[in-house]
Design a protein around this ligand. Structure first.
Ligand code: NAD
Length: 519
Protein backbone atom coordinates (compact mmCIF):
# COMPACT_ATOMS: atom_id res chain seq x y z
CA UNK A 1 0.00 0.00 0.00
CA UNK A 2 3.04 2.31 -0.02
CA UNK A 3 2.03 3.98 -3.27
CA UNK A 4 -1.15 5.04 -1.51
CA UNK A 5 0.51 6.36 1.65
CA UNK A 6 -0.57 9.83 2.62
CA UNK A 7 2.20 12.42 2.57
CA UNK A 8 0.26 15.29 4.16
CA UNK A 9 1.08 15.51 7.86
CA UNK A 10 -0.59 18.54 9.44
CA UNK A 11 -4.17 17.83 10.48
CA UNK A 12 -6.11 17.06 13.69
CA UNK A 13 -5.81 13.52 14.97
CA UNK A 14 -7.64 13.84 18.29
CA UNK A 15 -10.97 15.07 19.62
CA UNK A 16 -9.26 17.73 21.77
CA UNK A 17 -11.04 21.11 21.73
CA UNK A 18 -9.82 23.41 18.95
CA UNK A 19 -8.18 26.54 20.34
CA UNK A 20 -8.87 28.94 17.53
CA UNK A 21 -12.22 28.42 15.81
CA UNK A 22 -12.18 29.51 12.16
CA UNK A 23 -15.26 29.98 10.02
CA UNK A 24 -15.36 27.76 6.92
CA UNK A 25 -14.69 29.82 3.78
CA UNK A 26 -16.27 29.31 0.37
CA UNK A 27 -14.25 28.70 -2.79
CA UNK A 28 -14.41 30.96 -5.82
CA UNK A 29 -11.87 31.47 -8.64
CA UNK A 30 -9.57 28.96 -6.95
CA UNK A 31 -9.44 31.05 -3.76
CA UNK A 32 -10.85 30.58 -0.25
CA UNK A 33 -12.98 33.56 0.73
CA UNK A 34 -14.83 34.35 3.97
CA UNK A 35 -18.53 35.08 3.61
CA UNK A 36 -19.84 38.45 4.73
CA UNK A 37 -23.03 36.85 6.08
CA UNK A 38 -24.18 37.16 9.67
CA UNK A 39 -25.85 33.74 9.65
CA UNK A 40 -23.78 30.65 10.48
CA UNK A 41 -24.37 26.98 11.28
CA UNK A 42 -22.31 25.79 14.23
CA UNK A 43 -20.50 22.56 13.44
CA UNK A 44 -19.65 20.41 16.48
CA UNK A 45 -17.43 17.33 16.78
CA UNK A 46 -20.02 14.51 17.20
CA UNK A 47 -17.76 12.74 19.72
CA UNK A 48 -17.61 15.71 22.11
CA UNK A 49 -20.02 18.38 20.86
CA UNK A 50 -17.12 20.84 20.99
CA UNK A 51 -17.36 23.56 18.35
CA UNK A 52 -15.14 22.85 15.32
CA UNK A 53 -16.11 25.59 12.85
CA UNK A 54 -19.01 27.75 11.71
CA UNK A 55 -20.43 27.21 8.23
CA UNK A 56 -21.89 30.31 6.56
CA UNK A 57 -25.31 30.69 5.03
CA UNK A 58 -23.84 32.64 2.11
CA UNK A 59 -25.52 35.72 0.79
CA UNK A 60 -27.32 35.64 -2.55
CA UNK A 61 -24.80 38.08 -4.05
CA UNK A 62 -21.89 35.82 -3.07
CA UNK A 63 -23.57 32.76 -4.58
CA UNK A 64 -24.37 34.70 -7.74
CA UNK A 65 -20.69 35.66 -8.04
CA UNK A 66 -19.71 31.98 -7.77
CA UNK A 67 -22.12 31.06 -10.56
CA UNK A 68 -20.74 33.87 -12.73
CA UNK A 69 -17.19 32.64 -12.13
CA UNK A 70 -18.28 29.10 -12.99
CA UNK A 71 -20.07 30.25 -16.15
CA UNK A 72 -17.04 32.25 -17.29
CA UNK A 73 -14.76 29.29 -16.66
CA UNK A 74 -17.07 27.01 -18.63
CA UNK A 75 -16.61 29.02 -21.83
CA UNK A 76 -12.90 28.19 -21.89
CA UNK A 77 -13.03 24.78 -20.18
CA UNK A 78 -15.51 23.29 -22.66
CA UNK A 79 -13.03 24.02 -25.47
CA UNK A 80 -10.13 22.20 -23.81
CA UNK A 81 -9.43 18.73 -25.13
CA UNK A 82 -10.46 15.73 -23.13
CA UNK A 83 -6.79 14.67 -23.08
CA UNK A 84 -5.91 17.96 -21.37
CA UNK A 85 -8.64 17.41 -18.81
CA UNK A 86 -7.50 13.83 -18.32
CA UNK A 87 -3.97 15.00 -17.41
CA UNK A 88 -5.40 17.24 -14.68
CA UNK A 89 -7.42 14.33 -13.36
CA UNK A 90 -4.32 12.12 -13.22
CA UNK A 91 -2.71 14.75 -10.97
CA UNK A 92 -5.91 15.10 -8.95
CA UNK A 93 -5.99 11.35 -8.29
CA UNK A 94 -2.40 11.44 -7.02
CA UNK A 95 -3.06 14.46 -4.80
CA UNK A 96 -6.06 12.77 -3.22
CA UNK A 97 -3.85 9.76 -2.45
CA UNK A 98 -1.17 12.05 -1.00
CA UNK A 99 -3.77 13.71 1.24
CA UNK A 100 -5.73 10.60 2.10
CA UNK A 101 -5.11 10.69 5.85
CA UNK A 102 -5.78 14.41 6.00
CA UNK A 103 -9.11 13.97 4.25
CA UNK A 104 -10.02 11.06 6.50
CA UNK A 105 -9.10 13.02 9.63
CA UNK A 106 -11.37 15.87 8.60
CA UNK A 107 -14.21 13.36 8.17
CA UNK A 108 -13.59 11.78 11.59
CA UNK A 109 -13.55 15.16 13.27
CA UNK A 110 -16.65 16.60 11.62
CA UNK A 111 -18.75 13.54 10.77
CA UNK A 112 -17.72 11.17 13.58
CA UNK A 113 -16.97 7.94 11.71
CA UNK A 114 -13.83 6.04 12.66
CA UNK A 115 -10.57 7.02 10.99
CA UNK A 116 -10.28 3.61 9.26
CA UNK A 117 -13.83 3.91 7.92
CA UNK A 118 -13.20 7.52 6.85
CA UNK A 119 -10.29 6.26 4.76
CA UNK A 120 -12.79 4.00 3.00
CA UNK A 121 -15.05 7.03 2.41
CA UNK A 122 -12.15 8.73 0.60
CA UNK A 123 -11.21 5.57 -1.31
CA UNK A 124 -14.70 5.08 -2.73
CA UNK A 125 -14.61 8.63 -4.10
CA UNK A 126 -11.05 8.29 -5.31
CA UNK A 127 -12.09 5.26 -7.35
CA UNK A 128 -14.62 7.41 -9.22
CA UNK A 129 -11.82 9.86 -10.05
CA UNK A 130 -9.64 6.97 -11.18
CA UNK A 131 -12.40 5.67 -13.44
CA UNK A 132 -12.98 9.17 -14.84
CA UNK A 133 -9.45 9.34 -16.23
CA UNK A 134 -10.90 6.98 -18.82
CA UNK A 135 -12.79 10.04 -20.12
CA UNK A 136 -11.29 9.88 -23.64
CA UNK A 137 -12.57 6.34 -24.05
CA UNK A 138 -15.92 7.06 -22.40
CA UNK A 139 -16.59 10.15 -24.52
CA UNK A 140 -16.03 8.42 -27.81
CA UNK A 141 -19.04 8.68 -30.10
CA UNK A 142 -20.46 6.33 -32.68
CA UNK A 143 -20.44 6.45 -36.45
CA UNK A 144 -22.39 4.54 -39.06
CA UNK A 145 -22.71 4.78 -42.83
CA UNK A 146 -26.49 5.06 -42.95
CA UNK A 147 -26.96 5.47 -46.72
CA UNK A 148 -24.89 5.82 -49.84
CA UNK A 149 -22.32 8.59 -49.24
CA UNK A 150 -24.06 9.42 -45.97
CA UNK A 151 -22.95 8.85 -42.38
CA UNK A 152 -24.28 9.69 -38.93
CA UNK A 153 -21.88 10.47 -36.07
CA UNK A 154 -22.65 11.10 -32.42
CA UNK A 155 -20.90 13.43 -29.99
CA UNK A 156 -21.24 14.04 -26.27
CA UNK A 157 -21.07 17.71 -25.33
CA UNK A 158 -20.91 19.31 -21.87
CA UNK A 159 -23.98 20.94 -20.35
CA UNK A 160 -22.49 24.03 -18.69
CA UNK A 161 -22.47 24.93 -15.00
CA UNK A 162 -23.55 22.00 -12.83
CA UNK A 163 -24.13 21.71 -9.08
CA UNK A 164 -23.87 18.92 -6.53
CA UNK A 165 -25.86 19.01 -3.27
CA UNK A 166 -24.28 16.60 -0.79
CA UNK A 167 -25.39 14.74 2.36
CA UNK A 168 -23.49 14.54 5.65
CA UNK A 169 -22.74 10.84 5.69
CA UNK A 170 -20.02 10.57 3.01
CA UNK A 171 -18.25 13.95 3.05
CA UNK A 172 -15.54 12.91 0.54
CA UNK A 173 -17.17 10.17 -1.51
CA UNK A 174 -20.26 12.08 -2.62
CA UNK A 175 -18.49 15.24 -3.89
CA UNK A 176 -16.20 12.81 -5.73
CA UNK A 177 -19.18 11.11 -7.36
CA UNK A 178 -19.56 14.40 -9.26
CA UNK A 179 -16.33 16.44 -9.48
CA UNK A 180 -14.32 14.06 -11.72
CA UNK A 181 -17.13 13.10 -14.09
CA UNK A 182 -18.58 16.60 -14.44
CA UNK A 183 -15.17 18.08 -15.22
CA UNK A 184 -13.69 15.41 -17.47
CA UNK A 185 -16.77 15.79 -19.67
CA UNK A 186 -16.12 19.54 -19.94
CA UNK A 187 -18.57 20.98 -17.42
CA UNK A 188 -17.83 23.24 -14.48
CA UNK A 189 -19.19 22.30 -11.06
CA UNK A 190 -20.31 24.00 -7.87
CA UNK A 191 -20.31 21.78 -4.79
CA UNK A 192 -22.77 22.47 -1.95
CA UNK A 193 -21.43 20.28 0.87
CA UNK A 194 -23.59 19.37 3.81
CA UNK A 195 -23.54 22.27 6.25
CA UNK A 196 -22.87 19.61 8.89
CA UNK A 197 -19.43 18.55 7.59
CA UNK A 198 -17.96 20.52 4.66
CA UNK A 199 -14.29 20.02 5.69
CA UNK A 200 -13.46 17.18 3.30
CA UNK A 201 -15.02 19.04 0.36
CA UNK A 202 -12.85 22.06 1.20
CA UNK A 203 -9.72 19.90 1.04
CA UNK A 204 -10.91 18.37 -2.23
CA UNK A 205 -11.22 21.78 -3.90
CA UNK A 206 -7.85 22.90 -2.56
CA UNK A 207 -6.42 19.79 -4.25
CA UNK A 208 -8.38 20.54 -7.42
CA UNK A 209 -6.60 23.89 -7.66
CA UNK A 210 -3.23 22.20 -7.08
CA UNK A 211 -4.00 19.61 -9.76
CA UNK A 212 -4.38 22.40 -12.31
CA UNK A 213 -8.11 22.94 -12.68
CA UNK A 214 -8.40 26.56 -13.91
CA UNK A 215 -10.19 29.12 -11.67
CA UNK A 216 -13.97 28.66 -11.65
CA UNK A 217 -14.03 25.05 -12.87
CA UNK A 218 -14.56 23.66 -9.36
CA UNK A 219 -16.20 25.91 -6.73
CA UNK A 220 -17.91 25.57 -3.34
CA UNK A 221 -20.91 27.39 -1.93
CA UNK A 222 -22.30 26.91 1.57
CA UNK A 223 -25.60 27.03 3.37
CA UNK A 224 -28.75 25.02 3.87
CA UNK A 225 -32.23 25.45 2.39
CA UNK A 226 -31.65 28.96 1.02
CA UNK A 227 -28.55 27.82 -0.83
CA UNK A 228 -30.38 24.79 -2.20
CA UNK A 229 -33.25 26.99 -3.41
CA UNK A 230 -30.74 29.32 -5.04
CA UNK A 231 -29.26 26.37 -6.96
CA UNK A 232 -32.68 25.08 -7.99
CA UNK A 233 -33.80 28.45 -9.36
CA UNK A 234 -30.56 29.76 -10.90
CA UNK A 235 -31.01 29.60 -14.70
CA UNK A 236 -27.27 29.24 -15.45
CA UNK A 237 -27.10 25.94 -13.54
CA UNK A 238 -28.01 23.26 -16.05
CA UNK A 239 -27.80 20.06 -14.00
CA UNK A 240 -28.18 19.16 -10.32
CA UNK A 241 -26.81 16.08 -8.57
CA UNK A 242 -28.37 15.37 -5.19
CA UNK A 243 -27.71 12.70 -2.60
CA UNK A 244 -29.62 12.76 0.67
CA UNK A 245 -32.95 11.97 2.28
CA UNK A 246 -36.37 11.69 0.64
CA UNK A 247 -37.86 14.86 2.07
CA UNK A 248 -35.20 17.12 0.56
CA UNK A 249 -34.60 14.95 -2.49
CA UNK A 250 -38.17 14.71 -3.73
CA UNK A 251 -38.55 18.46 -3.33
CA UNK A 252 -35.24 19.14 -5.09
CA UNK A 253 -36.05 16.75 -7.93
CA UNK A 254 -39.40 18.33 -8.68
CA UNK A 255 -38.35 21.98 -8.33
CA UNK A 256 -35.16 21.58 -10.37
CA UNK A 257 -36.98 19.55 -13.03
CA UNK A 258 -39.75 22.15 -13.21
CA UNK A 259 -37.02 24.71 -13.86
CA UNK A 260 -35.80 22.66 -16.83
CA UNK A 261 -32.68 21.20 -15.20
CA UNK A 262 -31.34 17.72 -15.52
CA UNK A 263 -31.44 16.02 -12.10
CA UNK A 264 -29.93 12.88 -10.66
CA UNK A 265 -31.10 12.23 -7.09
CA UNK A 266 -30.24 9.30 -4.84
CA UNK A 267 -32.46 9.17 -1.78
CA UNK A 268 -33.13 7.17 1.40
CA UNK A 269 -33.22 3.44 1.94
CA UNK A 270 -34.22 0.44 4.00
CA UNK A 271 -31.97 -2.41 2.92
CA UNK A 272 -33.03 -5.98 3.69
CA UNK A 273 -31.16 -9.27 3.81
CA UNK A 274 -32.92 -12.63 3.53
CA UNK A 275 -31.10 -15.18 5.68
CA UNK A 276 -31.51 -18.81 4.58
CA UNK A 277 -30.81 -21.80 6.85
CA UNK A 278 -28.32 -23.24 4.34
CA UNK A 279 -26.01 -20.19 4.45
CA UNK A 280 -22.52 -20.09 5.92
CA UNK A 281 -23.60 -18.96 9.37
CA UNK A 282 -20.26 -17.56 10.48
CA UNK A 283 -19.89 -15.52 7.30
CA UNK A 284 -23.44 -14.21 7.71
CA UNK A 285 -22.84 -13.22 11.35
CA UNK A 286 -19.68 -11.27 10.54
CA UNK A 287 -21.03 -9.70 7.35
CA UNK A 288 -24.20 -8.43 8.99
CA UNK A 289 -22.46 -7.18 12.13
CA UNK A 290 -20.20 -5.04 9.96
CA UNK A 291 -22.87 -3.90 7.53
CA UNK A 292 -25.52 -3.01 10.11
CA UNK A 293 -23.34 -1.19 12.62
CA UNK A 294 -20.35 0.11 10.64
CA UNK A 295 -20.38 3.93 10.30
CA UNK A 296 -22.92 3.81 13.16
CA UNK A 297 -25.49 2.69 10.59
CA UNK A 298 -25.28 6.03 8.79
CA UNK A 299 -24.85 4.59 5.31
CA UNK A 300 -27.54 4.62 2.65
CA UNK A 301 -26.57 1.01 1.97
CA UNK A 302 -26.38 0.00 5.64
CA UNK A 303 -27.92 -3.42 6.07
CA UNK A 304 -30.61 -2.33 8.49
CA UNK A 305 -33.26 -5.05 8.15
CA UNK A 306 -32.96 -8.82 8.47
CA UNK A 307 -35.57 -11.23 7.20
CA UNK A 308 -34.82 -14.44 9.07
CA UNK A 309 -36.13 -17.46 7.17
CA UNK A 310 -37.26 -20.51 9.22
CA UNK A 311 -34.98 -21.57 12.04
CA UNK A 312 -32.36 -18.87 11.35
CA UNK A 313 -34.15 -16.66 13.91
CA UNK A 314 -32.46 -18.80 16.53
CA UNK A 315 -29.11 -17.35 15.47
CA UNK A 316 -30.00 -13.86 16.64
CA UNK A 317 -28.56 -14.18 20.18
CA UNK A 318 -25.21 -15.09 18.57
CA UNK A 319 -25.49 -12.06 16.32
CA UNK A 320 -26.14 -9.95 19.43
CA UNK A 321 -22.92 -11.32 21.00
CA UNK A 322 -20.88 -10.21 17.98
CA UNK A 323 -22.56 -6.81 17.89
CA UNK A 324 -21.94 -6.35 21.61
CA UNK A 325 -18.23 -7.03 21.07
CA UNK A 326 -17.89 -3.99 18.79
CA UNK A 327 -16.03 -1.07 20.34
CA UNK A 328 -18.00 2.16 20.34
CA UNK A 329 -15.62 5.08 20.80
CA UNK A 330 -14.32 8.39 19.47
CA UNK A 331 -13.39 7.88 15.83
CA UNK A 332 -9.70 8.70 16.40
CA UNK A 333 -9.34 6.08 19.15
CA UNK A 334 -7.41 2.92 18.32
CA UNK A 335 -9.65 -0.07 17.81
CA UNK A 336 -12.88 1.95 17.54
CA UNK A 337 -15.41 0.03 15.42
CA UNK A 338 -18.09 2.68 15.36
CA UNK A 339 -18.24 6.31 16.38
CA UNK A 340 -21.09 8.61 17.35
CA UNK A 341 -24.06 9.63 15.21
CA UNK A 342 -24.00 13.05 13.63
CA UNK A 343 -25.91 15.18 16.14
CA UNK A 344 -27.77 15.17 19.47
CA UNK A 345 -31.02 15.54 17.49
CA UNK A 346 -30.18 12.48 15.44
CA UNK A 347 -29.38 10.49 18.58
CA UNK A 348 -32.71 11.53 20.10
CA UNK A 349 -34.60 10.56 16.92
CA UNK A 350 -32.94 7.13 16.79
CA UNK A 351 -33.58 6.48 20.48
CA UNK A 352 -37.21 7.43 20.09
CA UNK A 353 -37.56 4.96 17.19
CA UNK A 354 -36.13 2.22 19.45
CA UNK A 355 -38.63 3.21 22.15
CA UNK A 356 -41.47 3.09 19.61
CA UNK A 357 -40.53 -0.51 18.72
CA UNK A 358 -40.78 -1.53 22.36
CA UNK A 359 -44.15 0.19 22.64
CA UNK A 360 -45.46 -1.44 19.49
CA UNK A 361 -44.63 -4.96 20.69
CA UNK A 362 -41.13 -5.75 19.37
CA UNK A 363 -38.32 -7.05 21.60
CA UNK A 364 -35.08 -5.19 22.23
CA UNK A 365 -32.57 -8.03 22.09
CA UNK A 366 -29.58 -5.68 22.40
CA UNK A 367 -30.11 -2.17 23.73
CA UNK A 368 -27.47 0.43 22.89
CA UNK A 369 -29.32 3.37 24.41
CA UNK A 370 -27.61 5.27 27.19
CA UNK A 371 -24.11 4.13 26.29
CA UNK A 372 -21.21 6.55 26.26
CA UNK A 373 -17.48 5.77 26.14
CA UNK A 374 -15.78 6.90 29.35
CA UNK A 375 -13.60 9.44 27.55
CA UNK A 376 -16.52 10.99 25.66
CA UNK A 377 -19.45 11.61 28.02
CA UNK A 378 -20.88 14.41 25.85
CA UNK A 379 -20.86 12.70 22.46
CA UNK A 380 -23.82 11.48 20.41
CA UNK A 381 -23.18 7.79 21.04
CA UNK A 382 -25.55 4.88 20.65
CA UNK A 383 -24.19 1.34 20.89
CA UNK A 384 -25.38 -1.42 18.52
CA UNK A 385 -29.04 -2.21 19.00
CA UNK A 386 -30.97 -5.24 17.73
CA UNK A 387 -34.76 -5.26 17.64
CA UNK A 388 -36.45 -8.63 17.03
CA UNK A 389 -40.03 -9.81 16.39
CA UNK A 390 -40.58 -6.76 14.25
CA UNK A 391 -43.60 -6.63 11.94
CA UNK A 392 -44.04 -4.53 8.82
CA UNK A 393 -46.61 -2.21 10.42
CA UNK A 394 -44.19 -0.97 13.10
CA UNK A 395 -42.68 2.51 12.93
CA UNK A 396 -39.14 1.13 13.30
CA UNK A 397 -39.71 -0.90 10.13
CA UNK A 398 -41.41 1.78 8.11
CA UNK A 399 -38.87 4.57 8.72
CA UNK A 400 -35.23 4.79 7.73
CA UNK A 401 -33.52 4.76 11.14
CA UNK A 402 -30.03 5.79 9.96
CA UNK A 403 -28.33 4.70 13.17
CA UNK A 404 -26.68 1.56 14.62
CA UNK A 405 -29.98 -0.27 14.85
CA UNK A 406 -30.85 -3.58 13.18
CA UNK A 407 -34.49 -4.65 12.90
CA UNK A 408 -35.30 -8.34 12.45
CA UNK A 409 -38.45 -9.93 11.03
CA UNK A 410 -39.33 -13.62 10.78
CA UNK A 411 -40.79 -15.54 7.83
CA UNK A 412 -41.02 -19.23 6.96
CA UNK A 413 -40.08 -19.36 3.26
CA UNK A 414 -37.94 -17.67 0.63
CA UNK A 415 -41.09 -16.62 -1.25
CA UNK A 416 -42.40 -14.84 1.85
CA UNK A 417 -39.04 -13.08 2.24
CA UNK A 418 -39.13 -11.90 -1.38
CA UNK A 419 -42.72 -10.70 -1.02
CA UNK A 420 -41.88 -8.76 2.13
CA UNK A 421 -38.85 -7.11 0.53
CA UNK A 422 -40.82 -6.13 -2.57
CA UNK A 423 -43.63 -4.61 -0.51
CA UNK A 424 -41.17 -2.11 0.99
CA UNK A 425 -41.30 1.20 -0.82
CA UNK A 426 -37.51 1.68 -0.83
CA UNK A 427 -35.29 -0.20 -3.25
CA UNK A 428 -31.63 0.71 -2.79
CA UNK A 429 -30.21 -2.72 -1.99
CA UNK A 430 -31.06 -6.24 -0.85
CA UNK A 431 -28.89 -9.20 0.04
CA UNK A 432 -29.34 -12.92 0.40
CA UNK A 433 -27.27 -15.31 2.48
CA UNK A 434 -27.37 -18.85 1.07
CA UNK A 435 -25.08 -21.55 -0.27
CA UNK A 436 -27.55 -22.48 -3.00
CA UNK A 437 -26.96 -21.00 -6.43
CA UNK A 438 -30.54 -21.78 -7.46
CA UNK A 439 -31.96 -19.98 -4.41
CA UNK A 440 -29.72 -16.98 -5.03
CA UNK A 441 -30.76 -16.89 -8.68
CA UNK A 442 -34.47 -16.95 -7.80
CA UNK A 443 -33.89 -14.11 -5.35
CA UNK A 444 -31.91 -12.10 -7.89
CA UNK A 445 -34.65 -12.42 -10.48
CA UNK A 446 -37.61 -11.72 -8.24
CA UNK A 447 -36.57 -8.90 -5.88
CA UNK A 448 -37.06 -5.30 -6.90
CA UNK A 449 -34.23 -3.36 -5.19
CA UNK A 450 -31.58 -2.24 -7.65
CA UNK A 451 -28.37 -3.52 -6.01
CA UNK A 452 -28.31 -7.17 -5.02
CA UNK A 453 -25.75 -8.87 -2.80
CA UNK A 454 -25.30 -12.64 -2.84
CA UNK A 455 -23.47 -13.31 0.42
CA UNK A 456 -22.32 -9.67 0.10
CA UNK A 457 -24.00 -7.41 2.65
CA UNK A 458 -23.37 -4.00 1.02
CA UNK A 459 -23.45 -4.57 -2.74
CA UNK A 460 -22.42 -1.13 -3.97
CA UNK A 461 -20.89 -1.51 -7.43
CA UNK A 462 -17.47 -0.02 -8.15
CA UNK A 463 -17.41 2.95 -10.55
CA UNK A 464 -16.99 0.93 -13.74
CA UNK A 465 -20.66 0.11 -13.04
CA UNK A 466 -23.27 2.59 -11.78
CA UNK A 467 -25.07 3.11 -8.44
CA UNK A 468 -28.41 1.56 -9.31
CA UNK A 469 -30.92 2.11 -6.53
CA UNK A 470 -34.58 1.61 -7.39
CA UNK A 471 -38.10 2.65 -6.33
CA UNK A 472 -38.29 5.35 -3.66
CA UNK A 473 -34.49 5.27 -3.21
CA UNK A 474 -33.93 7.20 -6.44
CA UNK A 475 -35.93 10.05 -7.93
CA UNK A 476 -37.18 10.05 -11.49
CA UNK A 477 -37.64 6.31 -11.80
CA UNK A 478 -33.90 5.60 -11.79
CA UNK A 479 -33.22 7.03 -15.25
CA UNK A 480 -30.21 9.09 -14.12
CA UNK A 481 -27.79 7.08 -12.02
CA UNK A 482 -24.45 8.18 -10.59
CA UNK A 483 -21.04 7.32 -12.13
CA UNK A 484 -20.10 4.71 -14.70
CA UNK A 485 -21.33 5.22 -18.28
CA UNK A 486 -24.71 6.55 -17.07
CA UNK A 487 -22.75 9.20 -15.13
CA UNK A 488 -21.01 10.29 -18.32
CA UNK A 489 -24.39 10.39 -20.07
CA UNK A 490 -25.88 12.49 -17.26
CA UNK A 491 -23.23 15.17 -17.63
CA UNK A 492 -23.36 15.34 -21.43
CA UNK A 493 -25.82 16.25 -24.15
CA UNK A 494 -25.79 14.02 -27.20
CA UNK A 495 -25.44 15.59 -30.59
CA UNK A 496 -25.77 13.63 -33.81
CA UNK A 497 -24.51 14.80 -37.17
CA UNK A 498 -25.70 13.36 -40.46
CA UNK A 499 -23.48 14.24 -43.40
CA UNK A 500 -23.74 13.67 -47.13
CA UNK A 501 -20.65 13.87 -49.28
CA UNK A 502 -21.66 13.09 -52.86
CA UNK A 503 -19.54 13.56 -55.91
CA UNK A 504 -20.87 16.44 -58.06
CA UNK A 505 -21.99 14.19 -60.90
CA UNK A 506 -24.12 12.11 -58.53
CA UNK A 507 -26.41 15.06 -57.68
CA UNK A 508 -29.83 14.65 -59.37
CA UNK A 509 -31.41 17.51 -61.36
CA UNK A 510 -34.77 17.33 -59.61
CA UNK A 511 -35.52 17.96 -55.93
CA UNK A 512 -37.00 15.08 -53.98
CA UNK A 513 -39.98 16.04 -51.81
CA UNK A 514 -40.72 12.66 -50.30
CA UNK A 515 -39.38 11.32 -47.04
CA UNK A 516 -36.40 9.21 -48.11
CA UNK A 517 -37.00 5.47 -48.14
CA UNK A 518 -34.25 3.05 -47.26
CA UNK A 519 -32.82 2.04 -50.63
P1 NAD B 1 -30.55 15.52 3.93
O1 NAD B 1 -31.56 15.26 2.88
O2 NAD B 1 -30.99 16.03 5.24
O3 NAD B 1 -29.47 16.61 3.38
C1 NAD B 1 -28.87 16.48 2.12
C2 NAD B 1 -28.61 17.86 1.54
O4 NAD B 1 -29.85 18.52 1.30
C3 NAD B 1 -27.80 18.76 2.45
O5 NAD B 1 -26.84 19.43 1.67
C4 NAD B 1 -28.82 19.72 3.05
O6 NAD B 1 -28.29 21.02 3.25
C5 NAD B 1 -29.92 19.75 2.01
N1 NAD B 1 -31.27 19.82 2.60
C6 NAD B 1 -31.73 19.14 3.68
N2 NAD B 1 -33.04 19.39 3.89
C7 NAD B 1 -33.42 20.23 2.92
C8 NAD B 1 -34.66 20.84 2.58
N3 NAD B 1 -35.77 20.62 3.29
N4 NAD B 1 -34.70 21.67 1.52
C9 NAD B 1 -33.60 21.89 0.77
N5 NAD B 1 -32.40 21.33 1.06
C10 NAD B 1 -32.30 20.51 2.09
O7 NAD B 1 -29.69 14.18 4.08
P2 NAD B 1 -28.58 13.87 5.15
O8 NAD B 1 -29.22 13.71 6.49
O9 NAD B 1 -27.44 14.81 5.02
O10 NAD B 1 -28.08 12.45 4.63
C11 NAD B 1 -28.67 11.25 5.01
C12 NAD B 1 -29.65 10.75 3.97
O11 NAD B 1 -28.98 10.62 2.71
C13 NAD B 1 -30.21 9.37 4.28
O12 NAD B 1 -31.57 9.36 3.98
C14 NAD B 1 -29.44 8.45 3.33
O13 NAD B 1 -30.11 7.26 2.99
C15 NAD B 1 -29.28 9.34 2.15
N6 NAD B 1 -28.17 8.91 1.31
C16 NAD B 1 -28.48 8.28 0.16
C17 NAD B 1 -27.46 7.80 -0.65
C18 NAD B 1 -27.79 7.08 -1.91
O14 NAD B 1 -26.91 6.93 -2.75
N7 NAD B 1 -29.02 6.61 -2.08
C19 NAD B 1 -26.12 8.00 -0.28
C20 NAD B 1 -25.84 8.68 0.91
C21 NAD B 1 -26.90 9.14 1.70
Amino acid sequence: MDALASTATSFPTTHEPIEEIRNTPYFIDNKFVQSSTDKYYDLADPATNNLVTRVPQMTEAEMKAVVESSQKAFLAWKDTTVLFRQQILFRYVQLIKDNWDRLAASITLEQGKTFADAKGDVLRGLQVAEAAVGGPELLKGEVLEVAKDMETRSYREPLGVTASICPFNFPAMIPLWSIPIATVTGNTIIIKPSERDPGAAMILVELAEKAGFPPGVVSVIHGAHDTVNFILDEPSIKAVSFVGGNKAGEYIYSRASANGKRVQANLGAKNHAAVLPDCNKNQFLNAVTGAAFGAAGQRCMALSTLVMVGETKEWLPELAERAKALKVDGGFEDGADLGPVISPQSKERIESLIASAEKEGAKILLDGRGFSPSKYPNGNFIAPTIITDVTTDMTCYKQEIFGPVLVCLNVETLDEAIELINKNEYGNGAAIFTRSGATAETFRRKVEPGQIGINVPIPVPLPMFSFTGNKKSIAGGGANTFYGRPGINFYTQQKTVTALWQSADAVANKASVNMPTLQ
